[in-house]
Write a protein that binds this ligand. Structure first.
Ligand SMILES: [Zn+2]
Length: 217
């Protein structure tokens, strides 16, 4: 199972890509969806298919702009008499569903396009959350009854560009509500706050400095 699809085909072998049965997509921005059509293409001759879970708006955007026979073939259709490689499965905010042995809950977060993060809980009871792109809304994850033990926060800008971040995030929780979330996470729910950067090229040094301020332990 994959959380978003920004770098699946560049970081995994074809055999590894073929083992992805499900992708939980947070929203339609390019850096979160760009490897969905290339995954369909690179695994075209591999057995099995991949379920793509996302908000209806998100799935429509992928279909309309990527899988439109202009940019890529429509991998949600069977090609050459083969089964479809991609199966789109719409989700509803706060409506839990099951994937493999995991309970999944989409959690809406503020962003310029419809966006959800996901809480993923295993059958053993362990639970994590992935925020997707957001400028806030972290308390929704920590207050959820599924109580994620680790909060993976998608961060887009280094700290020095915080003023530009707006509906995205930087590693350091500078806003008062974020400090509260950090305190709640550590004391009430014992959640760990981890930063997962998707950084622009040529910003590695700046990112290394910023990530040192992330309160992950
Ligand atoms: Zn985004």
């Amino acid at each position: 199972m994959a959380l978003d699809a920004g770098s699946l085909t560049s970081s995994l072998t074809t055999a590894e890509q073929a083992q992805i049965s499900d992708i939980l997509v947070s929203h339609s921005h390019f850096d979160h969806i760009r490897d969905i059509p290339t995954l369909g293409l690179s695994t075209l001759w591999e057995p099995g298919s991949t379920s793509v879970h996302g908000l209806p708006d998100t799935l429509s955007a992928i279909h309309e702009h990527f899988l439109n026979w202009k940019i890529y073939p429509d991998f949600t259709e069977g090609l050459n008499n083969a089964p479809a490689k991609l199966q789109f499965r719409p989700v509803e905010p706060k409506q839990a569903f099951t994937v493999l042995d995991y309970q999944i809950k989409p959690v809406p977060v503020p962003h310029p396009v419809p966006c959800v993060g996901y809480i993923v809980k295993s059958s053993s009871g362990a639970s994590i959350a992935y925020t997707g792109d957001t400028g806030g809304g972290l308390k929704s994850f920590l207050h959820d009854p599924m109580q994620p033990g680790i909060l993976f926060v998608d961060v887009t800008f280094p700290n020095r560009l915080h003023d530009l971040a707006d509906t995205h995030r930087t590693p350091h929780p500078v806003q008062p509500t974020e400090r509260v979330v950090d305190r709640i996470g550590r004391r009430r729910h014992s959640a760990t706050y981890c930063c997962g950067p998707h950084r622009p090229p040529n910003t590695k040094t700046k990112w290394q400095k910023s990530l040192k301020t992330c309160p992950a332990k």
